[in-house]
Design a binder for this molecule. Sequence first.
Ligand code: FAD
Length: 366
Amino acid sequence: MVVVGGGLIGCLVARELAHDGHRVTLVERAKVGREASHDAAGMLAPLAEAVEPGPFLDLCIESRNLHATLADELFAEVGTDVWYRDDGTYLVAFDDTEAAALRARAALHASLGLHSEMIPVEIARREEPALSPLVTAALSVPGDHQVDNRKLVEAAALSCYARGVKIVEHTPVRSLLRDANDRIVGVDTTAGPIDAECVVVAAGSWSSLIGGFSVPVEPVKGQMLMLELVSPPCRRVLRSERCYVVARIDGRVLVGGTMERVGFDKSVVASAVGNLLEAGREVVPSLGGAFGGEAWAGLRPATPDDLPAVGQLGENLIAATGHFRNGILLAPVTAKIVAGLVRGDAPHAAAELLDPRRFSPSGSAA
Ligand SMILES: Cc1cc2nc3c(=O)[nH]c(=O)nc-3n(C[C@H](O)[C@H](O)[C@H](O)COP(=O)(O)OP(=O)(O)OC[C@H]3O[C@@H](n4cnc5c(N)ncnc54)[C@H](O)[C@@H]3O)c2cc1C
């Protein structure tokens, strides 16, 4: 089997398929785990992202629930602690309008049977002393967790090696290869063809540049700021209307992120970084005392309806792409769904929602 793309999705898919006894080759255009999966914040946030009940929310919660076990497995397999943390998230407000929005969100969560609670701001500040004194209201969302996505994708790649996956780097896949009956028989790469009885396309924002792969995916740029402090200013993820603040346990603090539909542009723009710094300091004023930092931009893979495309496109072609803002969250469940498709298991509850054929006029073309 060939998996195209060595981001978190491709690595976890390859790892799962290898676990099921398949001979897997993972083909990566550059180096494994250096694109969106490296550039993300690592929030595992089904509740903060929840807008309505339904299979997508269920999928997000199912995948969040897989992360703790995945972290344990990776530690046991390759010795990497991926810094999975279930301390939760605070959504914070600075005025009455924002506080009303938080109360509405709490009501939405309650109507969906999800747990979140408006907490007195003194308690929020006692729990997270670095919170700005200007915060007027806080919604505690204990079910939204976090992980260090860079450690996670590195560990996933190491686990692939440990499970016998052949990882081929610096080898872009140009197109899918088909036989005279239109069956997928492998991929054409810059280093020559690779035969495969099944191909999984997990090439993130670049998926639709692969010849013969028809799912539309476009990049959505996100600029991110990282600041270095001597120790983490907060345990929870802190989110305002303008930014999120995610502190790693080594004192690095991520402030993100912009949302820009500007094609394959990964430039970092000073004004965007300035806005992120200002938004971050509004939530955690001590970020102004950071002694170092870095800024970058990454590309979120988005389909036209902003939902992932995970499923069969033909007998032996599977899409695992388009995870947009939630690919770190959704990677474990995606790997399970793809492995289930290959085994011929009963369809996952979200199969229809994720069906990659929904974008083709006939509803069936690859
Ligand atoms: C700023 C930012 C913040 C984010 N924050 C979060 C967050 O907090 N939580 C969350 O859940 N998600 C977050 N995301 C989204 C998440 O990062 C993505 O949804 C996820 O990483 C997508 O994983 P992927 O493996 O599909 O793509 P990628 O990690 O981009 O990997 C795709 C891989 O395919 C390779 N490739 C491309 N074309 C080819 C080819 N032709 N041949 C071979 N290889 C190829 C690429 O080189 C790359 O390595 C964020 C994204 C950004 C940009």
